[in-house]
Design a protein around this ligand. Structure first.
Ligand SMILES: O=C(O)CCC(=O)C(=O)O
Length: 396
């Protein structure tokens, strides 16, 4: 997930037609692009649960297919754990430890697309400040939260994302979605001033997390055989960040709903903070089963996004994930999405193999992403080149 206030500048068609493969792709892309980037308004799930006690689940939230999914049991499989401090070791006698950790990071991005990052250096008070403020925000009365509700034609604010039709199934969650970095991309209209420390807590948190993401991208560049600034140099100067704060209320029929539909993230790199240690995030394995993430206290869950998969021409994997619901306890998480500037071009930057993906401008990429409902990795599929016709139809 990712949005840019810079994208919300009306419904202009940008001159990207050269980079789409076929006429029908061009028409599909144009139709998506001309749609407004917005999500249809839906009721607050938290308010619904408060009113009904959560015993009744309206049909729009029921997902009977979830019951048949295979979920790995405790101890069966786990996403790798990466130690950030070890990645940064630089004394000669520490070289081996550093090299070993870098190899583990590279393997995690290729095999899992996910890892937990420990010893990341973001101060405890910054993390605790973020957690306390977001818990306090979702604890406010419904009418107070509504003061920061999304408005038609844009994505930021309190509400939901990816709701594009009246009959689509809905996620059992409420969110607060904001552009956070650089500061000039912020729309303070949607930044809650209640609790009164939320703005400063999010400001400190978003800056600290962006620093970690940028350093990880530098280390990944080296692992990929690029100069340290290899990925950053394709980001159009600094890159951008948005933050999605998720509140998943408990549900008496937890096994029949989903907090977050299966999806992959559109960005380069996502860093997720598990706010209250209630388990819920699950990662899809190649055999189709789901592996629950058991959050480590103080760690970030990091995942590769679609843009990094495209940049690395498929070497790093953007993996499908979802959030399930707890029957008794609310769950909260804070996901920070890191993307290139909106003026960047999205396409493979590793050139030692034939390109597997189209090259498009970031603005068109995001419009396509936000104008459809979440459906696993179907969005990334649409970015794939048909290699048989690639040379005739693209400018890669
Ligand atoms: O709630 C979570 O742990 C995951 C959230 C997520 O996937 C997202 O916000 O993109």
């Amino acid at each position: 997930m990712d949005s840019r206030s810079a994208l919300n500048d009306g419904n202009k068609w940008h001159s990207t037609h050269k980079i789409y493969g076929t006429l029908s792709e061009l028409h599909t892309a144009r139709a998506a692009s001309e749609r407004r980037m917005e999500s249809l308004p839906v009721p607050s799930v938290q308010a619904m649960v408060a009113a009904t006690g959560g015993a009744h689940v309206p049909p729009r939230y029921l997902r009977p297919e979830v019951a048949a999914d295979a979920v790995a049991s405790d101890g069966e499989a786990a996403i790798p754990i990466i130690d950030f401090e070890r990645l940064l070791l630089h004394h000669p006698e520490e070289e081996e430890a550093c090299r070993g950790e870098s190899a583990r990071l590279h393997a995690a991005c290729q095999e899992w697309g996910f890892f937990q990052l420990i010893n990341h250096g973001v101060p405890d008070d910054v993390i605790e400040g973020m957690k306390a403020n977001i818990e306090a925000f979702f604890g406010l009365p419904a009418e107070t939260k509504q003061q920061f509700a999304q408005e038609r034609g844009q994505l930021e604010g309190y509400g939901q994302l990816f709701v594009v039709s009246e009959d689509q199934k809905l996620d059992w969650a409420d969110i607060l979605y904001l552009n956070t970095q650089p500061p000039e991309h912020r729309n303070m209209r949607f930044w809650p001033d209640k609790p009164d420390t939320l703005r400063s807590a999010l400001d400190a948190y978003s800056a600290a997390v962006k620093t970690v993401a940028d350093r990880l991208l530098g280390l990944m560049s080296i692992s990929l055989g690029l100069p340290p600034e290899g990925i950053a140099s394709k980001c159009g100067g600094g890159g951008i960040q948005s933050v999605r704060m998720n509140y998943y209320p408990p549900c008496a029929e937890a096994g029949k709903v989903l907090g977050f539909s299966p999806h992959s993230d559109a960005d380069l790199l996502t860093l997720v903070l598990q706010v209250n240690q209630v388990q819920g995030l699950q990662v899809k394995r190649q055999d189709g089963s789901w592996v629950p993430v058991r959050p480590l206290e103080g760690a970030f869950v990091v995942n590769v996004g679609d843009i990094l998969q495209i940049f690395t021409n498929g070497r790093y994997r953007s993996v499908e994930h979802r959030a399930v619901i707890n029957a008794e306890r609310a769950r909260l998480s804070v996901a920070a999405f890191h993307s290139p500037s909106i003026h960047a071009t999205i396409g493979p930057l590793l050139t030692d193999q034939e390109p597997m993906y189209k090259t498009v401008d970031h603005q068109s990429f995001m419009r396509l992403f936000f104008s459809a409902k979440l459906e696993g990795k179907s969005f990334l599929q649409r970015m794939k080149l048909n290699l048989d016709t690639a040379s005739a139809t693209t400018t890669n």
